[in-house]
Each structure stands twice: as C-alpha cells, then as structure tokens.
Design a protein around this ligand. Structure first.
Ligand SMILES: Nc1ncnc2c1ncn2[C@@H]1O[C@H](COP(=O)(O)OP(=O)(O)O)[C@@H](O)[C@H]1O
Ligand SMILES: [Mg+2]
Length: 470
C-alpha cells in the first residue's frame, strides 16, 4: 500500500473529460435563484421549471453531503432535456465533488465485466478529500543566477527569495533550474516551492513591479510580497476519487494507467484494502469522503444483473448519488420477462426519487434553438428560426438542432453570412428525421435486410412511448 504522499492524481477528470461533443455545451448550470427557484431562462436552460427546481433540491442535498446512496430518475420523452438537466446538475456541484457520466450501453461495450464497469463508475463518483500539511517556501524572487559548467552539461545556481521581513539565498540543482525555466520564473515573481517535491508554483507578479505593467500581458496577476517567515507550513486539500486511489495502488496498473484511461479490472481484495485504509485516514482526520454523483443515461439499457448490482452498491456506506435517465414508459426489464416503469425493477424504483420532464411549448423550443444558434455562432434569420421551431415541434428538438449546424454549412456554401429559410429547406430535404425515416422503412421494408426477431429495447421501433400526461 502506498503512503499518502504519492496519491496526487489529477483531479477534475470526471466532469469535463466525459462530456459528449458539445450538444450540451450551452448549459452552465440549472439557472436557479437564491431560493432555488428556476428563472424562466438562465445559464442556458429554458423552461422545464418543475424538473429544474427538483434538480436544484437534489444538488443542495448532495452539496451538503446528505443524499449519498440514493437514486433519482429523470423520466420523460426524448429531447425533453433529461441529459441537459443532468449536465446542469454537474455544473452546480461543489467544485471538488465528482460527477461521472455514463451511458448504460457503455457498461456492455467495455472490455471488462458489467459489474466491474459499474464498480469503477461508482468509485469514480466518490471523492476522497485528503488533507496534507506541506512545507513551502513562499516569497518574491530577487535574483536567479545560473552557472554553467565549462561543458555546459551541468548547471548549478543560486536563487534569492525575500519576504517583506527577510531574504535568503538557496543553492539550486539541475532539477530546480529546469523547473524555474519551465515556469518562466524571473525576478519580481512571487513563487511557492513545495519542499517535499520541489514543485514550483507561480503565484503572480509582485506589486512593486506594477510599473512594468505595460511590458507584460494583460493577464498578469499582481500579488503582495509575502510577509514574515520564508518557510511556512500550509494545509493543502486535494480531492481524488476512490477509483484513482485503486488504480495508483494496483501494482499491475500504476500511475500511467490513469492517463491512458485503460485500467482493466481491479482486484476486489485491493479495493477492500483501500476501503480499510481510507477508513483509517478518516478516523485520523486526514481525509473525508465526499460522495458525488454518478449519472447513468438511457437506464433501460441495463439488464437485471446490473440493476441488482446497483441495488446492492447503493446500500454500501461508500455510495454516490445515482441519477438515472430514461425515456421509456412501461417496458420490459432486460434479462427478464417482466415489465416495469422505465425498464427499472420495482425494488430499485422504490428507493428512487422520480423527476419528470415534459414536452416543450413552441416558445420554449424557439428559445432553446436560439441559444444553440448563438452557441454555434450561427446567425439565423428570424424566419429561418420560425421554420426550425416548427420543425422542432413536429419532429424533435435534437433534429432541429442538427439542422442549425447543417443549414449553416449550406449558407456558407452560397457565401452567405446568415442562415435563411432556403438553407433550412435544403438540409431538411437532405437529411430526414426519424419519423420520415421510419415511414420510409415501413413502406420499403422488403427491400432491406432485416432482423425480424430483435430484442425489445434494442431499437427505437420497439420503444414503448412514454406517457406524458400522467
Ligand atoms: N430546457 C432546456 N434548455 C436548454 N436546452 C435544452 C433544454 N432541454 C433540452 N435542451 C437541449 O436540447 C437537446 C436535447 O435534449 P436532451 O437533454 O438531450 O434530451 P433527453 O436527454 O431528454 O433526450 C440537447 O442539446 C439539450 O442540451
Ligand atoms: Mg438524453
């Protein structure tokens, strides 16, 4: 078992890394006011107020550390913002709380067992906030002198650092010189050096150098020259996920696997050991467990084994909040002959809070499309927006969004800056939506090769439509 010091895995791998290609890039939060009431349109989210209010309450509970081991289901027809709201939740979580997003089908496609994939997702979603005391040197750089040996192969040097009260000269070795150069440290910079690792952090420019401002970029940050002792003890807190601790400590994987993302299976005994160790850190006051959020999209794709795993995992004392999304109504639970709401077995449903999303009004569709257009830097003529809105209402919001992107390409081809109705019409005939596609397939069924006996839940054709007016 490694000691605490080496566990300095990169944090924040969870939210950004797993976000999909920008379909929700316009969403910056849930758009709530101080009372957790949703504003009509804010932070990229429009309407859907009941669901957003409920999501806001959930976020509050998670941020307060009070809802671990529970489940939430976002249920509603396709394109009603379930994934969008989940992304909103991720933006609202306290900064170091992990948010892990997973599409249920990924559980089957990874090169590991279903339960291993789910276990890893669970452990990614649990943060361990580790408190460490570090010794640092913090001060303003007075001078850096580097002596090259005659051959130029080795370097030695001296670094003079000061606070308002004292000044000290440190001898520099090759490694420190390299990292000073890498960080582009020069006289007048206020820096912190971690004594254990030798890591150098630039805190900013000293105010005394503010006169040279013109010579620097406008992003230069000015700070006070530190006071008092040069060497000080600092409490630093960093958060890693349980999964990161697993990977670092698994001998066959090691640190590099974290960056490769290819971690393979991890032995259960190792996880047990790590749970014990983390428990000890907790008792010694060195670490806190901070359960985050695991989001599983398209939950009806999971089968009964996955569900029973989820049920068990939610009972353990190391569990995140699990948010699931489904656009299915009453449908068969995969791997069984039973039907259940959202394709989720009753025992799991029983412990879940269900949040419903509802279809949008034309006004709301228009507003969302407008936001997407500006997100993609597309200039839409009013009339084109109206046409897209109508298409969005009659087909799907997502299809209308895709037309924004493609219509803007069409506009560019005719060297126009704005997207007009002609562009929309053009791409509308080029790319068909799901309903036209289905109609076509039904009319021409004989000309295609088909799989007659496909499994329920594996295609949209087999979907049981969601009841929205319930
Ligand atoms: N209330 C909303 N405000 C802003 N954008 C939304 C809203 N609801 C959906 N969208 C956007 O519309 C598209 C489809 O929504 P999505 O969340 O994928 O639907 P679902 O997950 O319910 O099928 C996405 O690009 C999403 O970001
Ligand atoms: Mg979705």
């Amino acid at each position: 078992m490694a000691s605490m010091a080496p566990i300095t895995a990169p944090t924040g791998t969870s939210t950004q890394a797993l976000e999909r290609i920008g379909a929700h890039s316009h969403i910056r939060g849930l758009g709530l006011d101080d009372q957790l009431q949703p504003k009509p349109a804010a932070q990229g989210l429009v309407g859907q107020s009941a669901a957003r209010r409920a999501a806001g309450v959930v976020v509050k509970l998670v941020n307060d550390g009070r809802i671990a081991g529970r489940a939430v289901i976002l249920a509603g027809p396709p394109g009603t913002g379930k994934t969008a709201i989940a992304m909103g939740v991720s933006r609202e979580l306290s900064e170091d709380l992990p948010f892990v997003s997973l599409s249920a089908s990924e559980v089957f496609s990874l090169e590991m067992s279903k339960t291993e994939a789910l276990t890893q997702a669970f452990r990614r979603a649990i943060g361990v906030r580790i408190k460490e005391e570090k010794e640092v040197v913090e001060g303003e750089v007075v001078e850096i002198i580097v002596d090259r040996s005659l051959t130029g192969a080795t370097k030695t040097g001296k670094l003079t650092v000061k606070t308002t009260d004292m000044e000290t000269v440190y001898d520099l070795g090759q490694k420190m010189i390299d990292s000073l150069q890498r960080e582009k440290v020069s006289a007048g910079d206020v820096i912190a050096i971690d004594k254990a690792s030798g890591r150098i952090t630039k805190l900013g420019r000293s105010f005394t150098r503010a006169r040279e401002y013109d010579a620097m970029g406008s992003d230069t940050r000015f700070v006070q020259c530190p006071e008092g002792e040069l060497q000080r003890r600092k409490d630093v807190v960093h958060t890693v996920s349980l999964h990161e601790i697993d990977v670092i400590n698994s001998r066959t994987q090691g640190f590099l696997a974290l960056f490769a993302g290819d971690t393979g299976e991890i032995k259960p005994e190792l996880r047990d050991q790590i749970n014990v160790k983390v428990g000890e850190w907790r008792e010694e006051g060195k670490a806190d467990i901070v359960p985050g959020v695991l989001f599983i999209d398209e939950i009806h794709m999971l089968d009964v084994e996955c569900f029973s795993f989820l049920n068990r995992a939610l009972e353990s004392d190391l569990a995140p909040l699990v948010i699931m999304a489904s656009n299915r109504g009453l449908t068969r639970v995969r791997g069984t002959r039973y039907r259940s709401p959202h394709g989720v077995p009753i025992d799991l449903l029983d412990r879940a809070l269900i949040i419903q999303t509802k279809p949008y009004s034309a006004e709301e569709i228009k507003e969302i499309l407008n936001i997407r257009a500006s997100e993609e830097d597309v200039d839409l003529e009013q009339e084109a927006l109206s046409v897209l809105t109508r298409i969005g209402g009659e087909t799907s919001l997502r299809y209308a969004q895709l037309l924004i992107t493609t219509a803007s390409l069409a506009a560019r081809r005719r060297k126009a800056a704005r997207v007009e109705v002609t562009d929309v019409r053009r791409v509308y005939s080029l790319f068909i939506d799901e309903r036209r596609s289905t109609t076509y397939l039904e009319e021409h069924a004989r000309e295609f090769m088909g799989d007659v006996d496909f499994e329920e839940g594996s295609t949209t054709a087999a979907a049981v439509p969601m009841e929205t007016s319930a």
